[in-house]
Ligand binder design. Structure first.
Ligand code: XUL
Ligand code: CO
Length: 437
């Protein structure tokens, strides 16, 4: 075993008044909330790409990350060692899941065959480590955006060869996800969009994206992979416009191409805000279509207009997210995946623990707040009352489609004027919410 974190204790729950830095103050995995353990509510997951591959560089400066276990090479041997370090980290942190892109875990080779062979060599170690620790794969995915061959996109490339190569790469990534017992597979369209419409046939590219996803559905059946497929919306970055721009656009795309029954959404907070939405909006849109599968937990910075992927530390936001998730009935195949990276200034290995502890404690607080709001019942009752006119009388007749414009005209003529509107009570509701935070 590499012993990369020998000075770090196993992170355990120490209670809200603890002064021990490397401990949970809120996240108590076995504590029951609404009859379910916190561990099962969240199904927390560590992302391989940020936590074990992130160099902490930005567009103005080189990476600052200090990772003593790295030997500076991009060899298969280093990838295997890194996999063991990753499991040591996850074990100490006490998370039940992780997620990866194919190229995070193993280096790209000189050709596809070599890349696949590299991947197999590391998957062998991942499998051993999963077995040793009981940590499972929440979802796998393929990196279809970093290599220059995907300069114009992968399945939406203007070049059919790039489509073919991407298909082969996803085929292999699905196979290894299946082999590792992954509970899902994510499609995030990194470069599936455009930089200018002057060089883009939008309709043709979207048709190709749909064809690609149909091929993935077919192959999933062929290999007997039972995990859930997810689309992860994001409006832009690196492209100016990404086709999977937000939850509504994804749902529309999936419906138009007859794919909705095969996919759910993996929603990410910072992607929601880049799209000009709140995370709660995105969650509610997905839940309304029975299509919320999983979340990438992070947050952005209101003063920085890009995907900063910060660890989620906003308790108010976490409470809103957990309210929606509790109302939905919780995750089944999905979970709370920290698609988040420590800041460039937080370059020591210990910071990886602090980032995750902060995120897990924030979500635990959010869950407790959301459960308390639900138990109190006043916000829920208000919402129910607000729509009471639809439970009987003319509202019920409209919902049941028993009346049309003609009958409604007769009703409105008799009504004279609408005199039954009541206050929306936004300020009262916000104040009430705050009583639980
Ligand atoms: C990029 C992003 C991806 C996906 C997986 O913004 O969120 O890392 O989560 O490809
Ligand atoms: Co993500």
């Amino acid at each position: 075993m590499p012993q990369a974190f020998s000075k770090i204790p196993k992170i355990s729950y120490d209670g809200p008044s603890s002064r021990k830095d490397l401990s949970f103050k809120q996240y108590n995995p076995d504590e029951l909330v609404e009859g379910k353990t916190m561990k099962d509510h969240f199904r927390f997951s560590v992302t391989y790409w940020h936590t074990f591959r992130g160099q902490l560089s930005d567009m103005f400066g080189v990476g600052t990350a200090v990772r003593p276990w790295e030997d500076g090479s991009n060899s298969v041997g280093m990838a295997q060692k890194r996999a063991r370090v990753a499991f040591e980290f996850m074990e100490k942190l006490g998370v039940p899941y992780y997620a990866f892109h194919d190229r995070d875990v193993a280096p790209e080779g000189r050709n596809l065959k070599e890349s696949n062979r590299n991947l197999d060599s590391v998957v062998k170690v991942l499998k051993q480590e999963q077995k040793r620790t009981g940590i499972k794969l929440l979802w796998g995915t393929a990196c279809l955006f970093a290599h220059p061959r995907y300069v114009h996109g992968a399945s939406t490339s203007c070049n059919a060869d790039a489509f073919a190569y991407a298909a082969a790469q996803v085929k292999k990534a699905m196979e290894v996800t299946h082999e590792l017992g992954g509970e899902g597979y994510v499609f995030w369209g990194g470069r599936e969009g455009y930089s200018t419409l002057l060089n883009t046939n939008l309709k043709r590219e979207m048709d190709h994206l749909a064809a690609f996803l149909h091929m993935a559905v077919d192959y999933k059946k062929k290999i007997g992979f039972k995990g859930q497929f997810y689309i992860e919306p994001k409006p832009k970055e690196p492209t100016k416009h990404q086709y999977d721009s937000d939850a509504a656009a994804c749902l529309n795309f999936l419906r138009e191409y007859d794919l909705l029954k095969h996919f759910k959404l993996n929603l990410e907070t910072n992607h929601a805000t880049l799209a000009g939405h709140t995370m709660q909006h995105e969650l509610e849109v997905a839940i309304a279509a029975d299509a919320l599968g999983s979340i990438d937990a992070n947050m952005g910075d209101i003063l920085l207009g890009w995907d900063t992927d910060q660890f989620p530390t906003d308790i108010y936001l976490a409470a809103q997210v957990m309210l929606s998730i509790l109302r939905m009935g919780g995750f089944t195949t999905g979970g709370t995946n920290f698609d988040a990276k420590v800041r460039r200034e937080s370059f020591e290995p210990e910071d990886l623990f602090h980032g995750h502890i902060a995120g897990m404690d924030t979500f635990a607080r959010g869950l407790k707040i959301a459960a308390a709001i639900r138990k109190d019942g006043r916000i829920g009752d208000f919402l129910k009352q607000r729509y009471a006119s639809w439970d009987s009388g003319i509202g019920e007749k409209i919902e049941k489609r028993k009346v049309g414009f003609k009958e409604l005209e007769t009703y409105a003529l008799k009504l004279g004027e609408v005199r039954t509107n009541k206050s929306g009570r936004q300020e009262w509701l916000e104040s009430l919410f705050n009583q639980f935070v």
